[in-house]
Ligand binder design. Structure first.
Ligand SMILES: Nc1ncnc2c1ncn2[C@@H]1O[C@H](COP(=O)(O)OP(=O)(O)OP(=O)(O)O)[C@@H](O)[C@H]1O
Length: 730
């Protein structure tokens, strides 16, 4: 340990103290050591140890001193004592060293404990601090409350003080008042006596005065009553005056208003007088003008009368021309029809479908193309402003024509079939032009097929009454992709063959289509059932082949067979849509269908062209359709082509194309028609020729049958027209 740090370094024996006993000297030396020197390097525990060690040393030294004194007492000298003291000094040094070591140990230990103590102290201090802070906060709050309470108390105090001051003021005032009262009381008592005396005098005067007052009161009451009466009269007068004043003011305002009106009327009157003068002038001018106009009107009326007369004459001439023209035309048509019959022309009629989308907002292309009907039996297609084409056919039906009207045109041919001729009705036209509607029609408004069969039943029923019995049977056939299918077979997909033999070359009983089902029918219901069966099989086959009805030709054939086995056939043919020939921009199945339709309709066109040019070879074999129909497309058959067209602008080209096809067909001469049972060499007679097996004439029989069927008298215009046509057809 260095001397500077050693607390015991200052413990040095002073020379003066050399005389004192060592224990005393040590005790003094220790006592001279400043207490902070020990405490600076040790805590209270160290001080306690130090205090234990030092007394032990002091006690040891005292023991040694006692032993020294004992040796002195034993005669030992101070020299020995010096020796002893030296030894004691040695011991003391040793003790000093031990003390140093002990102090060093204690100091080290004390430092450790000091550190622990410091940590504990810090923690305790922190805790104490927290507690103190909390307490402080509590105290602060408490102080706040106390301060508030003190303030409240102060305020109360102030209020109390103020009250006190005012109470004091009141008390002072009260005291003053009391004093004044007391003074007044004293003075009052004095004057009271005087007053008593005066009062007595006054009482007497009062009694006299009272009497006078009473008299005065009476007078006053009388005066008041008079005054009240005067006041009432005055107020009445006042109100009367006020009312009169009001009336006067009102009269003043009315007078002012009247004056104003008078002023404005005067101004108006002046203006009217001005206008009247101007109007009078104008009227004079107008009268002059009217005079001029009257004269002009008279001149015009005269001119008009003359013009009217000229017009009437012109109209009469025009009507005469028109009548003669129609007469000429009818004559021409009659001659034409007779010529057709003689030549055996294919008869052609045209039916225009009503516009299906005539809505005002519909695109221009979807609207009607403006087909007009210049004359009976003709139609003009206005394809564009520049392009118009007129066609003439045996008959033309507009979109408004009914199924019945169309059937009227066909009826003579049905009659002919009943009379033993083969008849073929062909519906031609683009898809959607109304072929199926015309041939089959909806159930509630049937087309030619059902009506034709009904008519045949009517005719045969009428004939049966005269003993001529005939059986009717029907077949249904479809030509799809150049294959024939029997639609009255449940296995409709199975193709049929068609005989390649020429017309009239088939042996008796030999069928054109071998194996084709002919279903006997006895009434209209049977027919409807057969048609339903055929349509169902057609739909089934179409579905299985992924085809659509408009992509195939449908043939409904009706055969009438008499008791002798002679038969005539009515073919009702709904051809596939003709526009597919041009619109063949398709692929796969649709291309195949288009090619098949193209082929069969081209073949039909070729057959018609060959017949028209009277070529030696008619190419029936080029398609199944023409092969099946070859017995009808020759001299032994009556053919009617119903050309169906659409009225929309978008279909104008197809419409023109169909009408051109129909025009070519109309020129075909099939040759003089003969009955189905007649040999080809036997020529039919001209119009009206050909013996009928019917006891009635054809026209009369038909008319009778139709009249019976319709339940109408036979004199209807339509009936007569049909009869006439029928007569012409023969
Ligand atoms: N005269 C008509 N009056 C009323 N509707 C008609 C008439 N003609 C045709 N239609 C209607 O026009 C549509 C097309 O007619 P339709 O099916 O008969 O044509 P289509 O020429 O037979 O066609 P596809 O070649 O596809 O068989 C149908 O909805 C039909 O009802």
């Amino acid at each position: 340990m260095s001397k500077g740090n050693d607390p015991m370094a200052s413990v040095e024996l002073q020379p003066a103290a050399q005389q004192l006993p060592p224990s005393r000297r040590l005790a003094d030396a220790l006592a001279s050591v400043p207490r902070g020197a020990l405490m600076s390097s040790a805590d209270c525990t160290l001080a306690a140890d130090e205090e234990l060690l030092v007394p032990r040393l002091v006690a040891r030294i005292a023991e040694l001193e006692e032993r020294l004194y004992a040796s002195e007492a034993g005669g030992a000298s101070w020299a020995e004592a010096g020796g002893l003291l030296d030894r004691f000094g040695g011991l003391l040094r040793k003790a000093q060293q031990g003390l140093d070591a002990g102090i060093a140990y204690v100091v080290g230990d004390a430092e450790v404990q000091q550190a622990q103590l410091t940590a504990v102290t810090k923690e305790a201090t922190a805790k104490a601090l927290l507690i103190t802070i909390k307490k402080l906060q509590g105290l602060k709050a408490e102080r706040g409350r106390l301060e508030q309470a003190a303030q409240d108390l102060q305020a109360e105090l102030e209020a109390a003080r103020a009250e006190l001051v005012s109470a004091q003021a009141v008390a002072a005032a009260a005291a003053e008042a009391e004093a004044a009262l007391r003074a007044a009381g004293t003075a009052g008592q004095a004057s009271l006596a005087e007053l008593h005396v005066a009062a007595a005098a006054d009482k007497a005067a009062l009694a006299a005065a009272t009497q006078q007052v009473e008299a005065l009161r009476m007078e006053a009451r009388q005066a008041a009553a008079a005054s009240e009466a005067a006041q009432a009269a005055a107020s009445l007068l006042g109100s009367q005056v006020e009312a009169l004043q009001g009336q006067l003011a009102e009269a003043h305002s009315v007078a002012a208003e009247l004056q104003r009106q008078l002023d404005s009327s005067s101004a108006e009157c002046a203006a009217l007088q001005g206008r009247l003068a101007a109007a009078a002038e104008e009227a004079q001018g107008v009268a002059a003008e009217a005079e001029g106009l009257r004269a002009a009107r008279a001149a015009l009326a005269q001119e008009l009368n003359e013009t009217r007369l000229r017009l009437e004459r012109a109209q009469a001439v025009a009507e005469d021309f028109q009548r003669r023209f129609l007469q000429e035309r009818l004559e021409r048509r009659k001659v034409h029809e007779q010529l057709q019959v003689l030549r055996g022309n294919i008869r052609v009629c045209c039916r225009v479908r009503p516009s299906l989308s005539p809505g005002a907002g519909a695109p221009k292309e979807a609207q009607a193309c403006g087909i007009t009907y210049p004359l009976p039996g003709s139609l003009c297609v206005h394809a564009s402003e520049q392009r118009q084409q007129e066609f003439e056919f045996d008959s033309v039906f507009s979109g408004e024509a009914t199924q019945e009207e169309v059937f009227d045109e066909v009826w003579p041919l049905i009659r002919s079939c009943a009379d033993g001729y083969n008849v073929c009705l062909l519906a031609y036209g683009q898809t959607g032009s109304g072929k199926t509607h015309t041939m089959m029609g909806p159930e509630r408004n049937p087309g030619l097929s059902v009506r034709a069969l009904k008519a045949l039943f009517d005719i045969t029923a009428a004939e049966a009454e005269h003993g001529a019995r005939r059986a009717i049977s029907v077949s249904m056939l479809e030509v799809y992709n150049e294959a024939l299918r029997d639609l009255l077979q449940s296995d409709a997909a199975k193709p049929l063959d068609v005989s390649a033999m020429g017309a009239g070359q088939l042996a008796t009983g030999q069928e054109r289509v071998p194996g084709l089902t002919w279903r006997p029918v006895a009434c209209v219901d049977d027919v409807l059932a057969v048609l339903a069966e055929g349509s169902k099989n057609r739909a089934t086959a179409a579905t299985s082949l992924n085809a659509h009805s408009s992509r195939s030709h449908a043939l409904l054939s009706v055969r009438l067979t008499d008791a002798a086995g002679q038969s005539s056939v009515l073919h009702l043919v709904d051809l596939a849509g003709s526009e597919r020939i041009a619109k063949s921009e398709v692929a796969g199945q649709q291309l195949k269908e288009a090619q098949a339709i193209n082929k069969s309709l081209s073949a039909l066109g070729d057959v018609i062209a060959a017949l028209q040019s009277k070529s030696g070879h008619v190419p029936y074999r080029n398609s199944k359709l023409t092969q099946v129909l070859q017995d009808s497309l020759c001299g032994s058959s009556k053919v009617l082509l119903v050309c169906c067209v659409s009225p929309e602008v978008a279909n104008a080209q197809e419409t023109l194309s169909s009408l051109n096809f129909a025009s070519r067909a109309a020129q075909v001469e099939l040759g003089p028609i003969r009955k189905a049972a007649e040999p080809a060499t036997r020529k039919a007679s001209a119009a009206g020729g050909g013996a009928s097996p019917s006891p009635l004439t054809p026209g009369a029989a038909a008319a009778a049958a139709r009249a019976k069927a319709a339940g109408t008298p036979q004199s209807g215009g339509r009936m007569q027209r049909s009869t006439l046509r029928d007569a012409n057809a023969h």
